[in-house]
Design a protein around this ligand. Structure first.
Ligand code: CP3
Length: 355
């Protein structure tokens, strides 16, 4: 099927586009009243994510409001450890938690790659349902957490402020942590490959917590595994048609290594300028980002100004060309953001970049 809007995929291939494509991390979520309504009827976030029809509905909600250039699968990165038997649940106001976190050598020895069409079949069904309903309007992005970020939740048992348990393991039992990261990486590769087979047209890895590591630990415990994912995804069915984006919060110091990983795109947060990011990754990858999400709390005029600054920063670094830029926030949206301000971002990206 030919896509009606392939700007996002073209930008990832660094091909010319008539305007810069935009999508927003966490574009489906609690800031939308229709999401809150669907969630209330379904009972919980997990009930939504595990029902392909509801996951599809929620994926489409932001696209009905805003002319976004891509859809992202409504799911979560923690579906993979859940399928590995850790027992994912959410506590209101506290975020995700695991009933059975991974702490000992015996816990790690028990872990295996889940079966993608049974244990994670609901995700693949959601991908197929969304592709059918999108009907070629925009491409669908599939995603996974990075091995390091998934391991953070698996070992800490939930969110963390200081990541003390996993970092203690990195320093005192590195071989054990590598064993865990190895099996999680196998699962991530299988998960992304299965989403691609089910119909995902681009893939993103969220390395949300890579930035909490020292450079030496980042290289050993995060980057290494991202490189393996990028390399292994080059094989297999659909590899030629799908681009991979490596997003990492706090990945500024590592842009050159990420650009050399074999991924087609690198997602950057707002702590680096796009001009600088282009300069450091020149010619090797497309860049995705990087409006500070809190810009959405500002006035519409201030938002427009910041969007233009981000677009211009990219073009300035790229010899005046907007090719190879996917506009996004530098991190995900928050529940208290104003949907009208999202409309302002999307409109300014499209109108300003078209000139
Ligand atoms: O971008 C999208 O719209 C796609 C859906 C998506 C969700 N989570 C939906 C979700 C994606 C890509 C994620 C990824 C994710 N999940 C990450 C990495 C993303 C990043 O920004 O770096 C992480 C760290 C998680 C783990 C997780 N899941 C957290 C921290 C939370 C929030 C918990 C809370 O109470 O605020 C979730 C739940 C979650 N995942 C929600 C959504 C829309 C909120 C669910 C709700 O309460 O309705």
């Amino acid at each position: 099927m030919t896509l009606k809007n392939d700007r996002f995929l073209r930008a990832l291939r660094r091909e010319p586009v008539d305007y810069t494509p935009v999508w927003l991390m966490r574009q489906a979520g609690r800031y939308l009243p229709e999401y809150r309504e669907t969630r209330k009827a379904a009972g919980s976030f997990l009930a939504m994510a595990k029902n392909p029809e509801i996951a599809c509905e929620v994926t489409l909600q932001p696209l009905r409001r805003f002319p976004l250039d891509a859809a992202i699968l409504f799911s979560d990165i923690l579906t993979v450890p859940d399928a590995m038997g850790l027992g994912l649940y959410f506590v209101e106001g506290e975020g995700p938690k695991f009933e059975r976190p991974v702490r000992t050598e015996a816990d790690i020895a028990k872990l295996a790659v889940p079966d993608m069409e049974t244990e994670l079949g609901y995700v693949m069904d959601a991908v197929r349902t969304i592709r059918r309903e999108l009907d070629g309007s925009v491409p669908l992005i599939g995603f996974s957490g990075s091995p390091w970020t998934l391991a953070c939740y698996m070992i800490e048992g939930g969110g963390s402020k200081d990541f003390s348990k996993i970092k203690a393991m990195a320093y005192s039992q590195p071989a054990l942590l590598h064993k865990l990261l190895g099996v999680v990486t196998d699962a991530v590769i299988a998960y992304l490959s299965a989403q691609r087979l089910a119909g995902a047209q681009a893939l993103q890895v969220f390395d949300t917590w890579g930035g909490v590591l020292s450079p030496a630990l980042y290289r050993d415990f995060s980057l290494r595994y991202l490189q393996r994912i990028a390399k292994e995804l080059k094989r297999g069915e659909g590899a030629q048609r799908t681009s991979l984006i490596l997003f990492g919060k706090g990945n500024g110091p590592y842009l050159d290594q990420l650009a050399n990983s074999g991924a087609e795109g690198v997602g950057v947060d707002w702590t680096v300028s796009l001009e600088d990011a282009v300069w450091r990754t020149k010619g090797k990858v497309a860049l995705q980002g990087n409006l500070d999400p809190t810009t959405l709390y500002a006035s519409p005029d201030a938002i427009r100004e910041q969007v233009r600054e981000s677009l211009d920063s990219y073009a300035h670094g790229n010899g005046g060309s907007r090719e190879g830029h996917v506009f996004n926030l530098g991190h995900g949206m928050s529940p208290d953001m104003n949907p009208e301000h999202v409309a302002v971002v999307v409109d300014e990206v499209h109108t300003y970049s078209k000139r």
